[in-house]
Design a protein around this ligand. Sequence first.
Ligand SMILES: [Zn+2]
Length: 447
Amino acid sequence: MVIENAYIVPVTAEEIPSGHLVIEGDRIAAVGPGPAPYAPGEAERVDGSGCLATPGLVNTHHHLYQWAAQGVTPDGTLFEWLVASYRLWARMDAEVVSGAATAGLAWLALSGCTTSTDHHYIFPKGRGDLFEAEIEAARAVGLRFHPCRGSMDRGTSHGGLPPDEVVEDIDEILGATEEAIRKYHDPSFGSMLRVAVAPCSPFSVSGELMTRSAELARSLGVRLHTHGAETADEDEHCVEQFGVLPVEYLDRLGWLGPDVWLAHCVHLTDKDVRRFAETGTGVAHCPSSNGRLGAGIARISDLLAAGAPVGLGVDGSASSEMTPLAGEIRMAMLMQRARYGPRALTARQALETATLGGARCLGREAEIGSLEPGKLADVALWRLGGFHAAIDDPVVAFAYGATPPLARLLVGGRTVVDGGELRTVPGEAAARAGADAHRRLRTGDHV
Ligand SMILES: [Zn+2]
């Protein structure tokens, strides 16, 4: 495929006001100004006039099953919302996960996402293979997928927040996690599927599970993910139960490092910010969810200035509803400025967090996150005509304005979205699958 006449933002190099991208197989073969110097035989030519080409966006935090559980406790704190949600979530089965993941991933694709993680941490017994259900959904939609095998082992009877009915036994968790890695994880260049190990949060998981999860992940060469320092409630819980704040607790357990990325990290001390940078620990910033739950505004500007990897995430649809990933670029920028002033996060920095920053969080900066020859052809081509055309700077139009429609979305050179429509699964069917999953979970007839 050859894309020409587009405004190209490679992220790692100078912007090209009118340039070309040549794609061969699943890789970018050439990027440069003017028309393409050559076209591979039988190449499809795409006229990118009036379009902005960016790397495909990387979503670093999600709970896809929550598409089926949106709109719960719309005005509660994190802990109030969680306690109200756990009993609903306990009813999920593979069919709910399949429908919710199909809708959630389709929605991500339509907002420019080419790689998504998912953090799934509830596995009710006898309800089918939930992990496989979301993997199948990602294959159908065609996104690069990093499912994180989550877990909870500390129910209310052990001082945790979740009811005992939704937690699992530690040996079962570790056995199932190892099995998932051996069955699905593909470490190769260009991989469409990598598994991470992801106990849920300090207030739902034992210290022993955290430590043994880290040992398992490191012995198998996969990454680690969890939630951290999301709300003031969590700070209080950690001080009361462990005598320290969340990041210091994670540090003690060996949970800071270049193979770890953490969701939220809203409440950080200056020392925490330094530790993230020193250890190369990544942060998945989810500004809409943080705003929705009143968690606070994360210190993204400070983390970036210190050199820590920062990516963007939509978080689960139950705490941000149907947030589009491209919209998080705008939200991140505005929230940093509301806290730190108008120069805190530029449109270009925000775009970089959504692309290369996310790739760094997932350890894939050599493969994705920028438009460079040799990297994977994960490309979003945004149509900036119409209402967006009244802004001269395409990056400003893209980041400050409403999310523009996608002319194309390529994952490894394969067209996933064309002319604003999904080409892998029918958009209407994906939306219906999400609505059906919601009804099934709400009525609970299958339980
Ligand atoms: Zn989350």
